[in-house]
Design a binder for this molecule. Structure first.
Ligand code: FEO
Ligand code: CA
Ligand code: CA
Ligand code: CA
Length: 661
């Protein structure tokens, strides 16, 4: 993994124009670059995989051998040869966050065939992670379909819990025999066994070569066939449902109507199976994915690692919901650069912290440990939400109810923390500096103005309306901002930091003055090059440049009339330059980014092109990638049209140089 091996390299391309109304249904990159499709939803990634059929009639079994839906965070793990990381061959791990059922099934969610287990199983199989071998052959990147590394992890794949909360009663669920015709109850799990991962949004990776996938809006897949769920006032389960947003109808996926596992009236603890960071070994296809409970349970966005000069390891993590928190996990053990096996359980013990941002541009990491005093002066072990037989059980409850522990200690409510990114410590720059996108927030500013969510779990997820504060200065933050902090004394063990706002995003042309940018530390030159909104994906490359991806409506209308399509921009914290590198197709989100070790190939995810298209008219807003290309990545297979498909594009420089330089 090429962390910090490079030199700082500046930005060498000209900013491309915003793609305004009408948004072109293509990916655009600067002159001198080429974007090609690598893989899209439904493409086969295993030896058993069948070619995608644009009729969408393929079933769950087929989907389990094909690239999943709605691609999101990803990472390229290079193969090595004689100890050197290769840049033309590796394993790509990519999240498949969610589905649009209108596009996934030929007749939509509830069409002529109604809704039943077949649709449910296909939907579950389209979620999770895709692991695929990719290789550059004769100058063209392609999927190695017959690779032994090709693998899908879905909402039904067996996994295990590890770490301090593993084995706790709250992690014991109904056990099921998961079959094509339904989930048949066989008993109760032991608190270690768990099925599946879903709503995998952003990601991380570790210096020891494992992939981290983060479970975000997992709550929306649950429902209750009784039509109601326990209230917050009724006890522990109701408080958890309320604080994390588990409701009787969820997001409308209907899994709970066909698969008892997701029906909370029959399997009330199952929501606790999700909300974790899952560690996966991409190079061991037989390995069982591990849910690392030490990292806490919330709506995880990304998990960005930093290894400090003393080999201490931290992960920085956002909880993406309005007025939720930013967390840091510090491992108890140290990274061992010469013994991979010694690192494989590092994420099982350590301290979870939550961030408090003060108005004087300092901040604190507050530990979420049994003895920590909350803002009311009560140690977490004496708070009824975390009561247990001993501190080991208290800690397990703190981790399972991490949001409620963060409420109790008075962490700072943020404007939807999405991705975190760590600035590499290259020549001339030695600080530990971490950035986080705060994508937007329309729930801030009221007479009540709570400084934390209710500590008894009675605050419904996302409903609080805190006042503006220094770190979240807009009452209606349509365009979002990017915050950054530096750890005190250049160690990840720091419990204090300093912070500032790197970019307050917006539209330099707008007359809506409250939203004009650019307070912060970027320069809009040439004018309009820094116009972005709803920053989401965020990643530092090996050369010290920050890449910013956006997630707004993406059709160039309304608040986005000047900002246009979603985009990928590149920022240089040294020069404050901020330039637009890529614009996406209609109604897509640009999310997921990774690079080969040599920096000469960039992989970028295009998610949900044509969102809102219907089963009756699947190409209503987009039929990307067919709208841009005629052939699949092999250059031979005709690209099927008919439905928009999320996918990964591979970007190279025509002169073979480093991307962005
Ligand atoms: Fe799935 Fe917070 O984005
Ligand atoms: Ca995201
Ligand atoms: Ca988002
Ligand atoms: Ca989106």
């Amino acid at each position: 993994i090429p962390a910090g091996t490079g030199q700082q390299v500046g930005i060498g391309f000209e900013s491309i124009a915003a793609d305004t109304l009408p948004v072109a249904d293509v990916v655009r990159v600067p002159d001198g670059y080429t974007a090609e499709l690598l893989v899209a939803w439904g493409d086969p990634i295993t030896p058993a995989g069948a070619a995608f059929e644009s009729s969408a009639t393929q079933d769950a079994d087929a989907q389990e051998e094909q690239y999943g839906a709605h691609t999101d965070g990803m990472h390229f793990f290079p193969f090595t040869s004689r100890g050197k990381a290769l840049s033309d061959r590796g394993v790509l791990c990519a999240n498949n966050e969610y589905t649009q059922e209108e596009i996934l099934h030929p007749d939509g969610l509830v069409g002529a065939s109604g809704y039943g287990i077949a649709k449910c199983r296909k939907s579950q199989a389209a979620h999770g992670i895709s692991i695929l071998e990719v290789r550059k052959l004769a100058g063209k990147w392609q999927v190695v379909k017959d690779s032994p590394y090709g693998r899908r992890l879905t909402a039904n794949t067996p996994m295990i819990f590890s770490g301090p909360a593993a084995g706790h009663d709250l992690l014991k669920f109904n056990d099921y025999d998961i079959t094509p015709s339904g989930s048949v109850k066989t008993g109760t799990t032991d608190g270690f066994k768990v099925y599946g991962t879903q709503n995998n949004c952003a990601n991380g990776f570790t210096p020891w070569g494992t992939y981290l996938t983060c479970e975000e809006n997992w709550n929306g897949y649950f429902g209750s066939t009784t039509g109601s769920v326990p209230s917050a006032a009724s006890g522990e389960t109701g408080k958890l449902y309320n604080r994390y947003g588990v409701t009787a109808s969820g997001f409308g996926y209907l899994w709970h109507t066909a698969d008892e596992r997701f029906d909370v009236s029959k399997n009330p603890n199952e929501p606790n199976a999700f909300g974790w960071v899952v560690e996966v070994d991409p190079f061991n296809p037989e390995s069982v994915p591990v849910k690392r409970t030490a990292l806490g349970r919330f709506k995880h966005e990304s998990a960005q690692h930093v290894v400090d000069a003393a080999n201490n390891v931290a992960l920085y993590m956002g909880d993406d919901e309005r007025n939720e928190y930013i967390y840091k996990f510090v491992c108890s053990g140290k990274y061992n650069a010469t013994n991979r096996a010694a690192n494989l359980n590092l994420l099982d013990s350590g301290t979870l912290y939550v961030a408090k941002f003060n108005s004087d541009l300092t901040g604190q990491w507050i530990p979420l440990l049994p003895g920590t005093l909350g803002s009311n002066g009560i140690a977490l072990r004496n708070n009824p939400n975390f009561s247990g037989a001993n501190d080991a059980e208290v800690l397990a409850k703190i981790l399972i109810k991490a949001r409620m522990a963060a409420d109790a200690v008075g962490a700072t409510m943020m404007d939807r923390p999405e991705w975190t990114a760590a600035r590499p410590r290259l020549n001339g720059y030695g600080k530990i500096e971490v950035y986080c996108t705060l994508t937007n927030n329309n729930r801030r500013g009221s007479s009540a103005s709570p400084t934390s969510n209710a500590t008894d779990g009675s605050t419904t997820a996302g409903s609080a309306r805190p006042a503006v504060d220094a770190a979240n200065p807009r009452a209606n933050n349509i365009y979002g901002h990017i915050i950054r902090w530096q750890e005190n004394a250049d160690t990840v063990l720091a419990t204090g930091f300093t912070w500032n706002i790197f970019a307050q995003c917006g539209d330099s042309v707008t007359t809506k003055t409250p939203y004009a940018q650019y307070s912060g530390d970027i320069v809009d030159n040439p004018a309009g090059s820094a116009d972005i909104g709803a920053p989401d994906g965020l990643w530092f490359d090996w050369f010290g440049r920050l890449w910013v991806q956006t997630d707004q409506i993406g059709d160039g209308s309304g608040d986005w009339i000047n900002i246009g399509a979603n985009s990928l921009s590149c920022a240089d914290p040294n020069t404050k330059e901020f330039r637009r590198f890529l614009t996406g197709p209609n109604k897509c989100e640009v999310t997921g980014i990774t690079m080969t070790p040599d920096g000469k190939t960039l992989f970028v995810g295009i998610q949900h092109p044509g969102e809102e298209s219907t089963a009756a008219n699947p190409t209503q807003f987009s039929n990307w990638p067919a709208s841009q290309w005629s052939f699949a990545s092999d250059g031979v297979t005709p690209l099927p049209g008919g439905r928009p498909r999320s996918g990964v594009v591979v970007i190279t420089r025509n002169d073979g140089g480093v991307i962005g330089a």
